[in-house]
Design a binder for this molecule. Structure first.
Ligand SMILES: Cc1cc2nc3c(=O)[nH]c(=O)nc-3n(C[C@H](O)[C@H](O)[C@H](O)COP(=O)(O)OP(=O)(O)OC[C@H]3O[C@@H](n4cnc5c(N)ncnc54)[C@H](O)[C@@H]3O)c2cc1C
Length: 408
């Protein structure tokens, strides 16, 4: 039986693996990370490629390495400081290529791929070790067979499900940027639907080679970060979030209020305005009521009577709610785990262990967007990976600490 299995080899899973190996005596045969992609972090790379992202929104201390200033040191040692980009009133941000090169350096330098098993976890159930009753661990049913583990950490991000408006269902030529959009395919004209950074980034990039309309429901809103940077600190998280009961509607309201969803930073807004002034991009406000495909064109009918016509429409409308993910629901049912408002996992705030319906701690821990009820507004972001690991790693029973983590 493995000591720890991490489900998901994205930013959170990869970062957590590094912290476990560094801070405990657990070794290669005891910790595994399961992800269907060929390599760790592949989902993040693919999403970055799809929207032609060139730089991070978050600062240079947020990355997959365990040393906060590791990326900055890496850039300086290679003469790549110019890839730490200035942001007015905010610390510098890495270019995507610097971020990914440093991630490769961390993965290779710590031999993290040796822990990676290529598979999808389809279900998780109690492992009772042949003695019915309270389990000794869990069994993960994967596409590559069952795996037994004493502890399991869900690091599935948003779980690969995307938000698609009803009007888009079954319409040929309408794709979602993270799912079925082909960034390599050229088109004469594209409508990008969405008001957040992904929509802004994609519309700007596509407008270099084709006619683009960016369709937003609301006026484009600016924000430097996804939430106030104070959400990086446990003191702030505890004061603002943990004063409400775990899993409560009040916690959900605090998170929603703190998130700057559907906003774009000023540098992306600036580029959009430049393109619009050049006539290469049209900024349009409106709500789509229906869509259809006619003679290879996509036609979007807007509330109030307008119509947009293009070769294709690309949705940059985000992810489907992970709390309601069928995999998550199945795991909660099989392990008798408590869920709160909107399906939110009820976690122990001190450990991020998912609480059982009888109030006891389960052997399942959670990081990423699924842990927002405890980690707060930046839980699903890169910064949230460090915060989650702060509490998960010391809580892994049987994993003896060998190192005190460096300060955030
Ligand atoms: C273009 C772009 C730019 C971004 N810029 C920033 C930024 O500047 N700063 C920031 O903080 N955040 C940014 N983000 C958000 C960032 O992607 C997330 O913070 C981060 O990817 C979350 O990491 P994660 O590990 O939780 O999820 P993911 O990176 O999505 O990884 C989850 C992994 O879990 C795997 N998985 C899911 N279900 C299963 C299963 N059942 N079995 C096995 N494996 C499974 C998936 O295959 C995937 O590999 C950006 C996102 C995008 C797309």
């Amino acid at each position: 039986m493995l000591e720890v299995v991490i489900v998901g080899g994205g930013i959170h899973g990869t970062y957590l693996l590094g912290r476990i190996l560094e801070e405990t005596d657990l070794g290669r045969d005891e910790v595994a990370i399961i992800d269907p992609h060929d390599g760790l972090l592949e989902a993040f790379r693919r999403n970055g490629r799809a929207c032609e992202m060139t730089e991070l929104r978050s600062t240079f201390v947020h990355h997959v390495g365990t040393e906060p200033f590791g990326l900055e040191d890496f850039a300086e040692a290679r003469g790549r400081e110019d890839e730490l980009l200035p942001t007015p009133g905010y610390p510098r941000r890495p270019s995507l290529s610097l971020f990914l090169d440093y991630a490769d350096y961390v993965v290779d330098g710590n031999d993290l791929e040796a822990h990676h098993r290529r598979a999808t976890v389809e279900a998780i159930r109690e492992h009772d070790g042949g003695r019915p009753g309270r389990g000794e661990g869990v069994v993960l049913e994967t596409t590559d067979g069952p795996i037994r583990a004493r502890h399991c950490v869900l690091a599935i991000g948003h779980g690969g499900r995307y938000r698609r408006p009803d009007w888009a269902a079954g319409v040929e030529g309408v794709t979602h940027v993270w799912a079925d959009f082909d960034p390599g395919r050229r088109a004469g004209g594209t409508v990008v639907v969405g008001g957040g950074i992904t929509a802004g980034q994609l519309a700007t990039s596509l407008s270099e080679r084709e006619r683009v309309t960016l369709l937003t429901r609301h006026p484009v809103a600016e924000a430097t970060t996804e939430a106030d940077p104070r959400w990086i600190n446990w003191d702030h998280i505890e004061a603002r979030l943990h004063r409400h009961p775990p899993g409560s509607r009040a916690r959900q309201a605090v998170i929603e209020d703190a998130r700057n969803d559907a906003t774009i930073p000023s540098y992306v807004h600036e580029r959009l305005r430049e393109r619009a002034d050049d006539g290469r991009l049209e900024l349009r406000r409106g709500e789509v009521t229906s869509a259809r495909s006619v003679d290879g064109d996509v036609r979007l009918l807007l509330e109030g009577g307008g119509c947009l016509r293009a070769d294709r429409a690309v949705l940059a409308t985000g992810f489907a709610p992970v709390f309601e993910h069928p995999f998550v629901e199945g795991v909660a049912d099989a392990l008798d785990l408590e869920r709160g408002y909107g399906g939110m996992p009820v976690l122990e705030d001190e450990t991020l262990a998912w609480r059982r319906t009888d109030g006891d701690r389960s052997r399942l821990f959670v990081t990423g967007a699924l842990a927002a009820g405890t980690v707060g507004a930046l839980a699903g972001n890169i910064a949230g990976a460090r915060r989650s690991a702060d509490r998960i790693v010391p809580a892994l029973e049987g994993a003896r600490p060998i190192r005190v983590p460096s300060p955030p």
